[in-house]
Design a protein around this ligand. Structure first.
Ligand SMILES: Nc1ncnc2c1ncn2[C@@H]1O[C@H](COP(=O)(O)OP(=O)(O)OP(=O)(O)O)[C@@H](O)[C@H]1O
Ligand SMILES: [Mg+2]
Length: 242
């Protein structure tokens, strides 16, 4: 086969199994992430969303077929997957609290020409706080640092895990704005519990239950179906989940 195929997904996951400490936490998961826009990975607490992302990155034991733009990455070690342009924004932000914002960003730079201007324009609030220690920032600001650390490099795919968790509504909107901008630079697989954010950002959704996929399809189709939202996600509507 030669050259990129039109409409080829950036990520294709087939029959993925993941294990933590001998326990099966991802079971026969298959889905695609299109080459543009935001795909949301949904499901109740503990269903295996984070484990699915960690399996893709090779951070936990996995088997199955995983392709990045058509090329197999399921045998590749994590650092190779990252080198190929897969960025990870983890669930608990993981900024270096004792380092300044500027130091956090500099440590994340991997490319020869890091996208410093892009990051500065996306996160003006961080620009103003470059010399502040990241540990003294608010939760929302730390989330911005974590996103900025991913966006400073050129990415083919962003894996973003619960970026709005625990944030005040106004800050949730700011993080969602940043993600909308980020999605213009690379496709995103987004784990997100706030269904208002999902409706705003995601075109497609993949829903997990007990480590398995129970729905894939259009975000609007799922979110307009209150029965399925209740069954899969355990909430009645977006306001309740917000
Ligand atoms: N380090 C670990 N050791 C043992 N079991 C784990 C570990 N991490 C996760 N698990 C188990 O794996 C399953 C899936 O967890 P995972 O964190 O992937 O779910 P999640 O959908 O991301 O949940 P949440 O919504 O709470 O973030 C759960 O049953 C969890 O208890
Ligand atoms: Mg999780």
């Amino acid at each position: 086969m030669s050259g990129p195929v039109a409409d080829e997904p950036i990520l294709s996951v087939r029959n993925l199994y993941g294990r933590i400490a001998g326990q099966q936490v991802v079971e026969d998961v298959s889905f695609d992430v299109p080459a543009t826009g935001v795909t949301a990975l949904l499901g109740r607490n503990g269903v295996g969303k984070t484990s699915t992302i960690k399996s893709i990155l090779g951070l936990i034991d996995r088997t199955g077929e995983i392709r990045l733009a058509g090329e197999r990455i399921d045998r590749a070690p994590t650092h190779r997957i990252v080198q190929r342009g897969v960025a990870y924004v983890p669930e608990d932000r993981e900024v270096f609290g004792s380092l300044t914002v500027a130091e956090n960003l500099r440590l994340a730079e991997r490319d020869r020409s890091p996208r410093r201007e892009l990051v500065a324009s996306l996160f003006p609030d961080l620009e103003a706080r470059r010399e502040q220690r990241a540990g003294t920032l608010s939760g929302g600001q730390q989330q911005m640092v974590s996103l900025a650390r991913a966006l400073v490099n050129e990415n083919r795919l962003l894996l973003v895990d619960e970026p709005t968790k625990g944030l005040a509504p106004r800050i949730v909107d700011e993080v969602a704005d940043a993600l909308a901008e980020a999605a213009r630079t690379a496709p995103i697989l987004l784990v997100e519990q706030n269904l208002l954010v999902v409706r705003r950002l995601a075109e497609r959704v993949v829903v997990l239950s007990s480590g398995r996929v129970v729905f894939t399809g259009s975000a609007a189709e799922l979110l307009d179906d209150h029965d399925r939202v209740q069954r899969f996600l355990g909430v009645h509507d977006e306001r309740e989940a917000a």
